[in-house]
Design a protein around this ligand. Structure first.
Ligand code: BGC
Length: 401
């Protein structure tokens, strides 16, 4: 494909950054992840603690996003806070999240609200979690409780990365010191429960005028590196495609992409010493976003709009963040120039935050002091702000290939 045009993004394109409650709020004490951090059951090296204290400092976070020139902010509502005990939603917590939604509006930021971002109430997990039989009904009750505060919210992600939730559940079954094989398929029982929960949520959310709902998929970008087309397609179906297919009746699908998964003749090829890697030990692969967007659109037949709900890199080198994001967004522009309907790009993440057991990988456009919670806007954030104002000037002719 060749285009001499500079990258064009339509009017109203969302440019923003994403966060998730447990990773930034702090003291999410009623959640299952907090519990796991403290009971040692998952061998997590570090605890979330106060996180970025965004529970209290969200106005400052929104001010930063606005001052950078962004027009969207993705955050999640925490089920464990909204429903601290089954059947007893907290009006005060709902009011807290409503204030964030209104705070977005006051700053010209379109809110993109996620209802489930990995964490569930500890009481749900204690009762068996997603496969308990009651989980879907509990999730529907939670969604019903949240509905009144979603007035005016145009984008709602029901469940973040169901494929990762089901994959983590499957991997945890390999506990007890037994080595985990290089490929473990996502848990089918958890997948089925999440699919039902998503459908129920979608039906409930349809009652809010102007609200579009969808779920987000962590695109693994399975590529054939010796496995052969059949095995590659099979792996892709297990980790990505079955979840993409389930979005076909949704208002949109959230695309999240960071790297790729190479399917070799002897199984998954883990990034090795010869591969450039990020702080997550993932292969440095900025084309992940273009691949994921093209794959998702092709899989859905072009009928469902896409929203990039996450893309970014864990690096201590801020120049590398700029380089990675330049390539990723350039690839996105190429895909859009080919007619793929993408409504926005939300960078992961606004803040350096708690990376599910560790504080080491830094994905943020903004650094956060762990003791004073002082925010420091990085050069990459200012670069991203300039990109948002004038993508053509910042990316130049890079969309041409
Ligand atoms: C998740 C985020 C996470 C990021 C980097 C995504 O899978 O939605 O919560 O921090 O990737 O690992």
């Amino acid at each position: 494909m060749t285009t001499s045009q500079p990258p064009a993004f339509p009017d109203g394109f969302l440019w923003g950054a994403s966060t998730a409650a447990h990773q930034v709020e702090g003291n999410n004490v009623g959640s299952d992840f907090w519990q796991a951090e403290h009971d040692g059951s998952r061998g997590l090296p570090e605890r979330s603690g106060d996180a970025c204290d965004s529970f209290h400092r969200w106005p400052e976070d929104l001010d930063i996003a606005r001052d950078l020139g962004l027009n969207a902010y993705r955050f999640s509502v925490e089920w464990a806070r909204v429903v601290p005990a089954p059947g007893h939603p907290s009006a005060a917590m709902l009011d807290h999240y409503r204030r964030i939604i209104e705070g977005c509006g006051q700053r010209g930021l379109t809110p993109v609200v996620t209802l489930h971002h990995f964490t569930s109430p500890a009481w749900l997990s204690a009762g068996g979690g997603w496969t308990s039989g009651e989980a879907v009904a509990h999730f529907a009750d939670y969604v019903r409780a949240v509905l009144p505060i979603l007035d005016g919210v145009p984008w709602v992600c029901t469940i973040n990365e169901p494929n990762m939730v089901a994959l983590v559940a499957a991997r945890r079954r390999h506990g007890g010191g037994e080595p985990v094989p290089s490929f473990v398929p996502p848990d089918p029982g958890v997948t089925a429960a999440l699919a039902r929960a998503h459908e129920e949520a979608r039906d409930l959310l349809a009652s809010v005028p102007g609200l579009r709902s969808g779920w987000t998929v962590a695109n693994q970008n399975v590529q054939d590196h010796g496995a052969g087309p059949d095995r590659t397609a099979e792996l892709s179906y297990l980790v990505d495609d079955q979840y993409i297919d389930l979005a076909k009746d949704d208002d949109f699908i959230g695309v999240q992409a960071y790297s790729r998964l190479r399917a070799g003749g002897d199984g998954v090829i883990a990034p090795g010493p010869d591969d450039r890697r990020t702080m997550m030990d993932w292969e440095y692969y900025p084309l992940a976003l273009e691949d994921a967007v093209r794959h998702t659109a092709a899989r859905l037949g072009g009928s469902t709009p896409l929203l990039v709900t996450e893309n970014g890199i864990a690096t201590a080198d801020d120049d590398e963040r700029i380089a990675y994001t330049t390539e990723a967004v350039t690839g996105l522009a190429r895909a859009m120039a080919d007619g793929i309907d993408v409504r926005g790009y939300l960078h992961w993440s606004l803040l350096d935050n708690y990376e599910w057991g560790s504080w080491t990988p830094t994905f943020g456009l903004v650094a956060v002091d762990r003791t004073t919670f002082r925010r420091t806007v990085k050069a990459s954030a200012r670069w991203f702000g300039r990109l948002v104002q004038d993508p053509a000037a910042v990316l130049g002719g890079k969309a041409a290939s």
